[in-house]
Design a binder for this molecule. Structure first.
Ligand code: ZN
Length: 384
């Protein structure tokens, strides 16, 4: 005797193709998908199916497109971004390392994320992740050096490290990437070298850009709380020294990166909260993907990501948790819930698509399809 098929239903169904639909369902027979589509249609076509309400979403699992696993032993703290960097990230740097990364990777696995984009600060963490992570995606080596005088030296040591790590990449594991930390913490000279190198080597890139309003102020006037904080952290180095040009009204981190030729290497831009409409157009034209971290942005007083404007411009958006120090948890499902709350005007289906398809595009993965004949996976039923 064969058992009856099951009709799983949810508020949102994303099959991995096109736009997610509302009030969808999937008919599963044994371990195989028999049909996926609008619930009412499936109900009519499969009257014998036993209906099981799955909850809010049926979809391939989401991707956590931006994390800092090696910061997982930090305590969560909410402060303005320009205070959070020195008081939390730098003050707590002894907590950053392999133990944090191992704790973080366990959390990622528990969350059910399909893949991740992780920013790596310690060489031993990079080596461990490349050889051990069962979660695929990209491990981006983070580079931070605002001093143009040391650009050549920093670039040479970066290249040497990358070349050494390349042989540790393995199928099913993480790929190597590069992350020039932020538009204001890497000198103009080093930015050009890193972007050119990443382009030539096919290394995916992530850059923190326009996270806090003070970053926009730094590029426009060279002043403000972030500029003051930078002056304390790197004394003797002016904003003009770092950028290789004077700050100016109308200059933004995005137009600056574009002028350096960095956007042309199609980096993934992380945060992008305090942007102009021209910045959004520039990102769209360059074909850059954008990652948003709604909880981290809120906790660091960054403002609200202009999601609808990105969607209108055709920019692919992805979701990331950032580190536990600003995002609280590494569970991308928590981030999806926060995105629904913090963007009440946005169609909730956009958030689901971003977390799955957008994230997959960032880390270069493939989204499994939920359609007739494919193998059913219980992980497609998202937790509430
Ligand atoms: Zn980050």
């Amino acid at each position: 005797m064969t058992s009856l098929p099951t009709l799983y239903t949810a508020d949102i169904l994303y099959t991995g193709m096109g736009l997610p639909i509302r009030d969808g369902g999937v008919v599963v027979s044994g371990q195989t998908v028999a049909a996926a589509g609008p619930r009412a249609e499936l109900r009519a076509n499969y009257p014998q199916a036993q209906e099981v309400r799955a909850g809010r979403v049926i979809s391939p699992p989401p991707v956590n497109a931006h994390t800092h696993l090696d910061m997982s032993l930090y305590e969560f703290q909410s402060l303005p971004y320009f205070e959070w960097i020195p008081q939390v990230v730098i003050a707590g740097r002894a907590r950053r390392g392999l133990e944090g990364a191992q704790t973080g990777l366990e959390a990622i696995q528990r969350s059910g994320a399909a893949a991740m984009g992780d920013i790596v600060w310690h060489p031993e963490v990079m080596e461990w992740l490349l050889t051990h992570s069962q979660v695929p995606g990209v491990a981006y080596w983070e580079v931070l050096d605002p001093n143009p005088a040391t650009a050549a030296q920093t670039f040479a040591s970066t290249r040497e490290r990358i070349e050494g790590w390349r042989e540790l990449e393995r199928p099913g594991g993480l790929r190597l990437g590069l992350s020039p930390h932020a538009s204001h913490t890497v000198s103009h000279r080093l930015f050009r070298m890193l972007a050119e190198y990443a382009g030539a080597e096919g290394l995916p890139m992530q850059i923190h850009v326009l996270e806090h309003p003070s970053e926009a102020e730094l590029f426009a006037t060279g002043a403000g709380p972030l500029a003051e904080s930078m002056a304390r952290m790197v004394p003797g180095l002016s904003v003009a020294d770092i950028l290789g040009r004077e700050p100016a009204q109308g200059l933004t981190a995005v137009s600056y990166l574009e002028s350096l030729g960095v956007l042309q290497a199609r980096p993934t831009l992380v945060h992008m909260v305090n942007v102009t409409s021209a910045d959004i157009r520039a990102a769209a034209q360059a074909g850059c993907l954008v990652v948003t971290c709604p909880r981290s942005n809120r906790h660091l007083h960054c403002g609200t990501f202009p999601w609808a404007e990105y969607a209108a411009a055709g920019v692919e958006v992805a979701l990331g948790t950032d580190s536990v120090a600003s995002g609280e948890t590494l569970d991308v499902h928590d981030e999806i819930g926060a995105a629904w709350t913090l963007h009440p005007g946005l169609d909730p289906r956009q958030v689901v698509r971003a977390a799955v398809k957008g994230g997959s595009r960032v880390v270069g993965g493939r989204v499994p399809l939920i359609r007739r004949g494919e193998v059913w996976n219980a992980a497609y039923l998202w937790p509430e």
